[in-house]
Design a protein around this ligand. Structure first.
Ligand SMILES: Cc1cc2nc3c(=O)[nH]c(=O)nc-3n(C[C@H](O)[C@H](O)[C@H](O)COP(=O)(O)OP(=O)(O)OC[C@H]3O[C@@H](n4cnc5c(N)ncnc54)[C@H](O)[C@@H]3O)c2cc1C
Length: 349
């Protein structure tokens, strides 16, 4: 079995050596103007992450005038700090979904996830976006005998809803595992390269972006929505809220969500990274993937140590042991909102 060697000569590897995500460190910062004058459009999309930008572009392509309103800078929040695996498998979930929502509910979820992968693939291809989009298999693996039952239950559940899942006794990782579920033909990409290219397509001809413009309230009068921001008003026939966590919340969705904080470290490898994307079935949670660097090298991303945002330990827990050995030169932590029913956030991707 090959051994991965970490190769991080201090100062000589062109990694930033500071807490920033690979995506933010390797793309230019955006600088869109804030909203100045009141504006009328068909649709106001609030939130400039992957959910907001994708929605804004698709709406504009269907003929609507669209204003994208972002409180800070686009693609810098959760989307700017993700591990960016484009998968219908983000852990062991399908057995749970069938038990919780029935086969039909799990099927709807599975179909939406597979459709999202193919939508991203088609946008990359149609627009010839250079964003390191790569097809890859995704694994959830265990090193513990007792987790095998959950893995085999998820293989059965995933195949029942038509997903490209199978049981695997080994993975390309350079250590022994007890067993894994493998999803074929999934993908990974550089989310900022991808989304900044979509933004280019979106802008102009009634496609607007306003940064540093925080939506504060939405009021509906005579079938027109009035979005109040800290800079001015936008009138729109429809409003899409893609803020990840709700800011306008008459249905009290906030109560169905909880905040979690995840850490990601980036290390340069001297050898070739194992091909594939990997998540552990058990705790402590670990998520791995590689990404090419513009200088021809490769970065190995290690995510994990998910923790309550309330009891944040940050890099105090995994940073120093690695830092002492000078094994990492970049890393970041990011908070996101998850739903108690495991279905993802309420207001976004
Ligand atoms: C460490 C980590 C790893 C992850 N790995 C993966 C992965 O591998 N694969 C995967 O599919 N998912 C992954 N996720 C989850 C995924 O990244 C998120 O679900 C996704 O990026 C969320 O996108 P979004 O557009 O919904 O939210 P965001 O990217 O957070 O965008 C929301 C935007 O709304 C703006 N906003 C908020 N309030 C207002 C307001 N009042 N007015 C105007 N703007 C506002 C924010 O500033 C922000 O820019 C990961 C998440 C984390 C934290």
């Amino acid at each position: 079995m090959d051994t991965i060697k970490l190769n991080d000569a201090p100062g000589g590897n062109h990694l930033p050596g500071e807490p920033i995500s690979l995506w933010l460190a390797t793309t230019p910062r955006t600088d869109f103007k804030s909203l100045k004058d009141d504006l009328s459009v068909d649709v106001a999309v609030i939130g400039g992450g992957i959910a907001g930008i994708t929605t804004a572009l698709l709406l504009k392509q269907s003929g609507a005038s669209v204003a994208l309103i972002e409180a800070r800078k686009i693609v810098e929040s959760v989307t700017g700090n993700t591990t960016a695996k484009v998968t219908s498998q983000h852990g062991l979930i399908y057995d749970h979904l069938i038990k919780q929502f029935g086969t039909e509910g799990a099927q709807t979820y599975a179909d939406s996830q597979q459709a999202a992968i193919e939508k991203i693939a088609s946008l990359v291809e149609e627009n010839r976006i250079d964003c390191d989009f790569t097809r890859s298999d995704a694994y959830v693996y265990t090193e513990t005998e007792s987790e095998l039952e959950r893995i085999t239950a998820d293989v059965e559940a995933s195949t029942k809803v038509g997903l490209p899942a199978s049981y695997a006794e080994t993975t390309p990782l350079p250590f022994e595992i007890k067993g894994a579920i493998r999803f074929t033909n999934q993908a990974r990409f550089h989310p900022r390269k991808y989304l900044l290219a979509l933004v280019e397509k979106f802008l102009g001809d009634d496609g607007y972006i306003f940064e540093e413009t925080r939506a504060l309230d939405i009021d509906e009068k005579e079938r027109i929505c009035h979005v109040t921001t800290d800079k001015g008003k936008v009138r729109a026939k429809q409003v899409v809220i893609a803020t990840h966590f709700p800011f306008y919340d008459p249905a009290m969705y906030f109560a169905r969500m909880y905040p979690k904080r995840s850490l990601v470290l980036g290390c340069r490898l001297s050898g070739k990274a194992p091909e594939g994307m990997f998540i552990t079935a058990e705790s402590p949670f670990r998520s791995f993937r590689s990404n090419p660097l513009d200088d021809g090298g490769e970065i190995w991303m290690v995510g994990g140590e998910n923790q309550s945002a309330l009891h944040r330990k940050g890099f105090a827990r995994i940073g120093p042991p690695l830092h002492r050995n000078r094994l990492w030169r970049m890393g970041h932590d990011q908070q996101h909102g998850l739903r108690y029913d495991s279905l993802g956030p309420c207001y976004g991707a």
